[in-house]
Design a protein around this ligand. Sequence first.
Ligand code: ZN
Ligand code: CU
Length: 491
Amino acid sequence: MSGTGAAPAGADLVIRGALLLDGSGEAPVTGDLAVSGDRITGLGDLARTVGTREIEAAGRALAPGFIDVHTHDDRLLLADPDMKAKTSQGVTSVVVGNCGISLAPLRSKALPPPPFDLLADAPEYCFAGIGEYFAALDAAPPATNAVALVGHSVLRHDTMDSLDRPANDREIAQMRDLMAEAMDEGAIGMSSGLFYPPARAAATAEVMGVAEALTAGDGIYTAHIRDESEHVLDAIEEAAAIARHADVQVIISHHKCAGAANHGRSVETLALIDKLRSEQRLGLDLYPYVAGSSVLLAELTRDAARVLITWSRAMPEAAGRDLADIAAEMGVDQIEASARLQPAGAAYFMMDEGDVRRIMSHEATMIGSDGLPTDVHPHPRLWGTFPRVLGHYAREEGVLSLADAVRRMTGLPAAEFGLKDRGLLRPGAFADLVLFDPETVADRATFDEPLRTAAGIDAVFVNGEAVWTDGAATGARPGRAIRRSETNRGR
Ligand code: ZN
Ligand code: CU
């Protein structure tokens, strides 16, 4: 790294003496960084640069803003544009539309079935096209940047009269047309959630047919795979085959081996992932917890050692309580108790710590929160994912180096998703930045107290503007809705 030259220069902001973690995974160096407008304009020794505003950052780490590759923030971006759950962790960009569900394109008045209620509970929050969704974000910008996927389950809902069967050729063609239109309007790709009831009946060939719409624009395909427990290997193979058919990149979402019988099997899944990666573009993401979370489903309670209710419309007071206790009070089994709580959501303790660490350590694994912002008592991943990786897993447990942990939140996801000029500290890149204390950064959100903000995040900048400082949102909303044409997928 070098300075910007001999002549004294001005900048809007100079951050001095920080430990620069540039997002590449390289060992950090101490240096200065200058910002003017929305870009990084200098990096290295900037003794001759004068900032309108200066921050002395000795002892602090400075990194590219974190990219949350797996979110369900589609509605949050509009409903709570300060995005505090994310900016408080250092997140500056989010990928929405995962797990087969997105707010667009939805032309029908009827809401899609669960798990769509993880996103929104009213039809007025939906959009006929992704272009309209982007326009709403342009009109009322949030604090973070966003890129959008379109959910396959939503395409099914909008195209088919019944979701419990495979789509016919005409319906597949209609979904493909809708997906192609969404790509033209700026979606970066498609997600599927073949595990979930609205898409469970979809044949592999159906998803292949719809995914053909991704080929021309080099869209990305993210997969909540059909089975994350006993048949996890088959399900990874299926997602990979869909991507091969369409000649696109695939991301295995929130990779896990669920259920005690499958603990330890990440040895097998990662070996399969390595083999597939030698043949095609395939990546993966993970949240750093042994519990998952979703809507309340009997199939998921079966695999879980403990089930924590995160919301229930039938019994709101159940949020934050164990399903086992609720069932005991009701004098029924957990299946019956689940039925009485519907519609509802839950966190499921179903993973093995060794698997979480093994998957986290895989060279291709990105960090994605999968946080559920509409939940009353959410899984703590919503507020804690990124500081937990930096504090607990990197600093305390040594599972990753700090530089490698940052890479998995910045440079790697920017490259995988094609986010142009983001994810690295480089002159000319967008000034999405997080300044944090590497000695104290930590998640404080827990399963008992899930809404606690992280420790050690000093300041967060999006496109050059501060969005989080001194433990609070600044109120600035400089985030951008990033269309595919503005990414490296703009072909
Ligand atoms: Zn999912
Ligand atoms: Cu998800």
